[in-house]
Design a protein around this ligand. Structure first.
Ligand code: FPP
Length: 244
């Protein structure tokens, strides 16, 4: 099915900015950590719904390169949540055929977290249903910078000619190399910005901003965002197909 005109099919790749955990909790007089814990439940609902809708790739912004500037207790809590998630959910995801992938900078990460991530990736490497991409210690500018450094080194070593550095070459050197670009980006929590997320990959992505906070995200909101995406006319810089 064509992905160009309105009423096209399910998005192949959905990227999500899971925002609003802290506000969700504060509005209830609860600590922010409770919002993050409920955020993991919403994440599980999102993964299930993505699979049900036939989405091929779901990329979730779980911890940004800038999130280290949060209070140490919150950072520690978020890392612990990720650890717990890997410990408790990977077996079930594996049984469901989900392929887990991590994007973001791995340098300097706690070795025990890194080992858990890499084990989850290795275990699920051959799986062929949903690709679940977890953006952790991720920042798009940092990712592009790393890719440019690798390409520059290859040029300096004569492995590639500068004139052959195309957009496709750059895409393939990003952490998302080999994945299709996101068709749909959903951000919950009411803010309307990208926050250093998939800047290169979102050149032609459709954005849907939801006022709901992430812990309230569910299959129904996901379906509505997909319907909104399906009603959009994607032209990729071209013009609408002409009728004779
Ligand atoms: C944004 O809400 C959310 C985050 C920075 C973390 C997202 C993490 C989770 C949903 C759970 C952990 C993830 C995994 C993979 C187990 P915020 O804290 O910025 O909310 P606010 O804008 O209301 O303060």
């Amino acid at each position: 099915m064509s992905a160009k005109g309105p009423n096209h099919g399910a998005p192949r790749h959905v990227a999500i900015i899971m925002d609003g955990n802290g506000r969700w909790a504060s509005e209830r007089g609860w600590p922010r950590s409770k919002g993050h814990r409920h955020g993991v439940e919403a994440l599980r609902r999102a993964v299930r719904a993505a699979g049900d809708m036939g989405v091929e790739v779901l990329t979730l912004y779980s911890f940004s390169a800038e999130n280290w500037s949060r209070p140490e207790t919150e950072v520690r809590f978020l890392l612990e949540l990720l650890r717990r998630f890997i410990r408790t959910d990977v077996a079930e995801l594996h049984n469901a055929g989900v392929k887990i992938m991590m994007i973001g900078c791995r340098k300097g990460l706690d070795p025990s977290i890194l080992a858990m991530m890499e084990e989850a990736e290795a275990l699920t490497r051959e799986n062929t249903s949903l690709k679940l991409v977890i953006a952790f210690n991720y920042g798009s500018r940092q990712e592009i910078t790393r890719a440019v450094q690798v390409i520059a080194r290859k040029v300096a070593e004569g492995k590639i000619d500068a004139a052959d550095v195309t957009a496709a070459v750059i895409s393939n050197h990003l952490d998302t190399g080999g994945l299709p670009d996101p068709d749909l980006l959903i951000r919950t929590g009411g803010e309307q910005r990208l926050s250093n997320y998939l800047l290169w990959q979102c050149a032609y992505t459709e954005f849907v901003f939801l006022p709901e906070y992430w812990p309230d995200f569910n299959a129904d909101l996901f379906r509505r965002a997909v319907e909104e995406f399906q009603s959009r006319d994607r032209r990729f810089g071209g013009i609408k197909a002409q009728t004779a």
